[in-house]
Design a protein around this ligand. Structure first.
Ligand code: S3P
Length: 419
């Protein structure tokens, strides 16, 4: 599908973004090994979370949009066929951890993009725990029990951290992960809420083996990474005023909001409350009187890794030179996001140069609509749609249906806000 986006005079209205993708994956996976029925509201309807649901069903778990009937720590069934993780790195890496601790062996497969993504980062610690884990193709499990380890992670990755912690639940002693940079902490929070023994000290997270996990009762907040597209669009299109309801404001996820504020956008968070162990609030965004360029380095990049494609769009409109570095991970996401954003934004007239680990972007530059390629990457497609709202003429985004991965209905919402 080709999506056409035209320049907006302003953006106005209220939106609800899909349920948080990271929390949704974890609710399905952890709920599956709990004792009893977990209930939730606000599960992401995106295709990635559907991939996790499909895999858990193939492992014998009964799942609906609002519940998971947990089978307990030892109740997963050997799947009849290899599991299909679709486009979802989170599904593959979290399940690699969980399934490495099972008495049966499972092969995990994915689409063309996922097949290219690095899995050695999760296989290495799992093997250190004594698991039978191989890649490529990714095959885990059959060799138990696992042993607790202390693992110093070479890359900042919440997916790898979570995979190792999940395996650690089944080990014969404590398992600790030391992160180079603190990443999203939803796994730790949810495990604690389920009664697991999790200790966090700075960037060291330790989990002890568990016999049982209690079921979950959670309200999944809106995805702040999905909200980031509207924050940038409304923070840049003059005269805009937008309200985004019920967004997760977990501090491990909101560094991007602080960064946009420092760039001069007006973002207010109100109605802060805690729902199901996670912080939630309403976001209101409007352009500010003056914009400033930005710089992002290694530790900041990890805290806003999913927001960086749309940050590149913002930087094309900020006066001066913005430097985004320490983000080499972008090269191994659903597409090479560094290259994909250089290609798309350059075609629209932006001054953007690729670095090995980020970009140098000079702004503000006048953008012109162009035909651009999403590279079948949901965040690239949505970032280029935001660029389209700022560009003269029409921007045509190829393979735009990939937004379904994390944001079904994205283009309909865009139309409802467009003035
Ligand atoms: C995620 C972690 C991040 C992020 C992804 C979701 C998670 O990946 O990019 O969209 O839910 O744990 P990495 O941890 O591999 O950086």
């Amino acid at each position: 599908m080709i999506a056409t986006v035209r320049k907006a005079r302003r953006l106005e209205g209220e939106v609800t973004v899909p349920g948080d993708k990271s929390i949704s994956h974890r609710a399905l996976i952890l709920g599956s090994i709990a004792d009893g029925k977990s209930r939730f509201r606000g599960l992401s309807s995106g295709a990635d979370v559907q991939s996790t649901a499909r895999c858990m069903r193939a492992l014998g778990v009964d799942i609906t949009d609002t519940s998971v009937r947990g089978v307990g720590m030892k109740g997963l069934r050997h799947p009849a066929e290899p599991l299909d993780c679709g486009n979802s790195g989170t599904t593959m890496r979290l399940l690699a951890g969980l399934l490495s601790a099972q008495r049966f062996s499972t092969e995990l497969r994915g689409d063309e993009s996922l097949t290219r993504r690095p899995m050695d980062r999760v296989v290495t610690p799992l093997r250190a725990m004594g698991a039978d884990a191989r890649w490529p193709p990714l095959i885990v499990g059959g060799q138990t029990p696992l042993h607790g380890i202390e693992y110093r992670m070479p890359v900042a990755s919440a997916q790898v951290k979570s995979g190792v912690l999940l395996a650690g639940l089944f080990a014969d002693g404590p398992t600790a992960v030391i992160e180079p940079i603190a990443t999203r902490n939803h796994t730790e929070q949810m495990l604690s809420a389920m009664g697991a023994d999790v200790a966090v000290e700075g960037r060291r997270v330790e989990v002890r083996p568990a016999d049982r996990l209690g079921p979950l009762e959670i309200e999944i907040p809106g995805d702040v990474s999905a909200a980031s597209f509207w924050l940038v669009a409304s923070g840049l299109v003059a005269g805009s005023a937008l309200r985004i309801r019920n967004v997760g404001t977990n501090p491990t996820r909101t560094a991007f909001v602080d960064l946009l504020r420092a760039c001069g956008m007006m973002i207010a968070i109100s109605g802060m409350r805690t729902a199901g162990g996670e912080q939630v609030g309403e976001l209101e965004v409007a352009p500010g009187p003056e914009l400033h360029p930005t710089s992002v380095n290694g530790s900041q990049a990890a805290e806003m890794i999913d927001e960086l494609p749309v940050l590149a769009v913002a930087a094309s409109q900020l006066p001066g030179t913005s430097r985004i570095t320490g983000a080499a991970e972008l090269r191994v996401k659903e597409s090479d996001r560094i290259a994909a954003m250089v290609e798309g934004l350059s075609a629209m007239g932006a001054d953007i140069k690729a670095l090995d680990d980020g970009w140098v972007i000079n702004g503000p530059r006048h953008l012109e609509g162009a035909r651009v390629d999403s590279h079948r990457d949901h965040r690239v497609a949505m970032a280029l749609a935001v660029a389209g709202l700022l560009a003269d003429g029409a921007t045509e985004i190829e393979d735009a249906e990939c937004v379904e991965i994390s944001y079904p209905g994205f283009f309909d919402q865009l139309e409802s806000l467009w003035r």
